[in-house]
Design a protein around this ligand. Sequence first.
Ligand SMILES: CC(C)(COP(=O)(O)OP(=O)(O)OC[C@H]1O[C@@H](n2cnc3c(N)ncnc32)[C@H](O)[C@@H]1OP(=O)(O)O)[C@@H](O)C(=O)NCCC(=O)NCCS
Length: 179
Amino acid sequence: MNISMIMNMSINYVIKELSENDIDDYRNIRLDLLLNESESFGSSYEEESLFGDEMWISRLAKNNVHTIGAYLDKEIIGIIVLVLNVRRKMKHIANINSMYVKPLYRNKGLAFDLLNFAENIALSKGVERLNLSVVESNLIAFNLYKKCGFKEYGIEPDTIKIDDKYFSLRLMSKVIKKG
Ligand SMILES: CC(C)(COP(=O)(O)OP(=O)(O)OC[C@H]1O[C@@H](n2cnc3c(N)ncnc32)[C@H](O)[C@@H]1OP(=O)(O)O)[C@@H](O)C(=O)NCCC(=O)NCCS
């Protein structure tokens, strides 16, 4: 298991990959992000709050999915998910999703560290490029990804619809290793 201890001026936290044993932490932070940031994610609290344990466990057990958490003592305070492509011809590309830091712990560099951690796993698996998408109006996340080296390459229109409101996605990509 990959673990990294991060210390900065204001907060000392640990970043690690989650396993099936971390089901409660995973469920809690995932439902937290869907409830509090519903406009930033394609899935919904209404759907996922109905999931049983087996669904949460199966997500954590997938070989090509790396779910990474930031912990302050025993509390999970941030999450990011790296999804490796299983197709032979697309193994050089992986996706980042589910980036979330609990409001109390924002602006301390956690998301930056979570992204770095995910990028290092991707590199160790031979990935050359990371892709992600971010809701067009989410400038905080967009700025973070730009700062981390992602470049916008297009807009996917009206991907998310909540009631009668549509949200488009900025598509972003970063080359992490030259092929
Ligand atoms: C986006 C998010 C993950 C950032 O987490 P964070 O831990 O606060 O981010 P960091 O502290 O690592 O910030 C890194 C960079 O992000 C940007 N950023 C973070 N907070 C910002 C703010 N309040 N205003 C403007 N830019 C901000 C900056 O570019 C910052 O760089 P800087 O420190 O040089 O200014 C967090 O705000 C969040 O969970 N938001 C809700 C969920 C979400 O939008 N997820 C992304 C889905 S694609």
